[in-house]
Design a protein around this ligand. Structure first.
Ligand code: BG6
Length: 531
């Protein structure tokens, strides 16, 4: 078997292989200074003409400024290949803020904000341009008091990550991690690598230029309030912790369902597919948070140490079982909310015989003392009937001797985390229907963020950009998290790449994936909780 795909126990340890030294990560006893005000800095966004910048990053910065969460001395420089005057960039970004900002912008606020924006045209391979960028940033330092601090956001195709970082380092835009009084950090968008071996190779290459403490692998799911609340729910409520294990839990399900398609990203999807786009990062993060042990404190590494242990304990699906425990699908034409939508293969920049999955469902298992024997069913898909991200923890049924003799009423308890939409938590339990007879009925107790707290929930990118500016990496994926996630998924992806999609793996847009996905829990006498 190709070693890169091996799941044998002698597989090299995730940490040593990557950094090539014994202690690659920060001192676990280091306590970050929570609440410390962000230091002056320049945020440099590579890929400033891309969709993410206008839709998410700039509106997030605007809201951070509006709520006083940006450093007083702050500048954002958009970098892209197209020539553009700064006024044009500022105008475009104002329009994007009007369209996408969570808070409605006042004209005066917009004016103050766009004054902080600059544009710099650069070809990613052009050495002279990096020298000039360095001078440009130093000039801004002088004029705006940003003190040489830099955060680089790489919102570009993953194939450019390494070459941009190499150039930044080569042209002294990235400093040594221990340089006193100045910092340089790099935020990297997903996907981190394409599979297990390429992620290891990427990390090896990156570590020539950056210390782990300077790399911020962004996964916007970690910036969502509901995702952060998983830790609080689990570890500040003693009533659940004793039950959160294989003795009481029957199965865990995680669903990341979207009704949108690939939104014009045909070329990206043809290179990635749904598993790399959503499961390897977002869904695996949800899994590690719901299954982790309590951390010893709330420092970034204490939390990430526990998350990574979950991913390390995940069992690879044996090659002979992939067809049984890993189901993929691709959407055909269909209807979403009554409107006709085209098939994946008809999307622009998608091959007419594309073998890329837009749906995947897996049956996983965590082999540790807490979770041994508990099936974990996960699924994610595009063009499904509904948008819904949720985690469902289903408990074992009560013995049927007393109230639950009728199988129909023997409904197990569930804790349901609704990550989006309708953010909240529900608990399902049984009650007696009022009246003479003892009839049992399951009911749901609902907590909803919107109705309880009323406040608007900040966008994930706001929290994450802020944390990168203050240097708190808690909500960013550490390299071993990413690599262990690839370890599980790579054999499956390889198997799918080698086998063309079968007709039964195609599903109509507006349904909930291929019928075969239902078999995943069904073969173990379970079923998906309807969303
Ligand atoms: C992105 C994926 O990371 O997450 C998209 O690239 C996906 O394909 C999106 O649609 C989902 O994010 P959210 O926050 O809308 O659930």
């Amino acid at each position: 078997m190709n070693r890169a795909y091996s799941c044998e126990p002698d597989q090299p340890s995730h940490i040593k292989i990557i950094d090539g030294n014994e202690e690659p990560f920060e001192n676990p006893f280091h306590e970050p200074e929570y609440g410390k005000p962000p230091e002056p800095c320049i945020l440099v966004i590579f890929g400033a003409s891309g969709d993410l910048t206008g839709r998410k990053l700039i509106p997030a910065l605007f809201n951070l400024m509006k709520e006083g969460n940006l450093p007083a001395n702050f500048i954002c420089v958009g970098v892209a290949r197209r020539p553009k005057a700064v006024e044009e960039f500022r105008h475009e970004m104002s329009e994007q803020i009007k369209k996408f900002s969570r808070a409605k912008p006042e004209e005066s606020e917009l004016f103050t904000f766009v004054e902080k924006l600059f544009y710099y045209q650069l070809e990613f391979h052009d050495d002279t341009a990096y020298d000039n960028l360095n001078l440009f940033l130093k000039d801004l330092d002088k004029n705006y008091g940003t003190r040489g601090n830099r955060v680089f956001y790489l919102s570009v195709q993953p194939t450019y990550f390494l070459s941009i970082i190499e150039k930044l380092k080569g042209h002294s835009l990235i400093y040594a991690a221990d340089q006193p009084h100045q910092f340089s950090r790099v935020i990297i968008e997903k996907p981190f690598g394409h599979d297990y071996s390429s992620a290891i190779a990427l990390q090896k290459d990156l570590s020539q230029y950056l210390a782990e403490s300077q790399i911020f692998r962004i996964d916007h799911y970690l910036g969502k309030e509901t995702v952060q609340n998983l830790l609080v729910f689990r570890f500040s409520n003693s009533i659940f912790e004793g039950l959160w294990n294989h003795r009481y839990v029957d199965n865990i399900q995680i669903t990341v369902a979207e009704s949108i398609g690939i939104e014009g990203r045909g070329a990206f999807y043809e290179g990635q597919g749904l598993t790399r786009d959503v499961i390897q990062n977002h869904l695996m993060q949800l899994l590690s948070l719901v299954a982790m042990e309590p951390p010893i404190n709330l420092t970034p590494d204490a939390i990430r140490n526990e998350k990574v242990k979950v991913l390390q304990s995940l069992q690879c699906i044996p090659i002979s079982k992939i067809d049984t425990f890993a189901i993929r699908g691709q959407y055909k034409e269909g209807y979403i909310d009554g409107d006709p939508v085209s098939a994946y293969r008809q999307e622009p920049n998608v091959a007419a015989n594309s073998n890329i999955e837009t749906f995947a469902a897996l049956r996983l298992q965590i082999e540790n003392w807490r979770w041994a024997g508990v099936p974990i069913y996960v699924r994610a898909g595009k063009r499904l009937s509904k948008r819904s991200t949720e985690i469902v923890v289903t408990f074992k049924k009560a013995p049927s001797i007393l109230f639950n003799k009728n199988e129909h009423y023997n409904v197990p308890n569930q804790v349901i985390f609704s990550i989006q939409p309708n953010e909240g938590i529900s608990i399902k339990f049984n009650t007696k229907i009022p009246g003479g007879a003892t009839i049992v009925q399951p009911v749901k107790m609902d907590f909803r963020y919107a109705s309880y707290f009323g406040a608007e929930v900040p966008e994930a990118y706001e929290r994450l950009i802020h944390d990168a500016i203050v240097g708190d990496s808690t909500l960013f994926a550490r390299v071993d998290e990413s690599i262990n996630s690839w370890r599980i998924l790579t054999p499956v992806l390889k198997h799918w790449a080698e086998n063309p999609l079968k007709p039964e793996e195609l599903y109509s847009a507006g349904t909930f994936g291929p019928k075969m996905a239902d078999l995943l829990p069904k073969q173990e006498q379970r079923r998906w909780k309807p969303v």
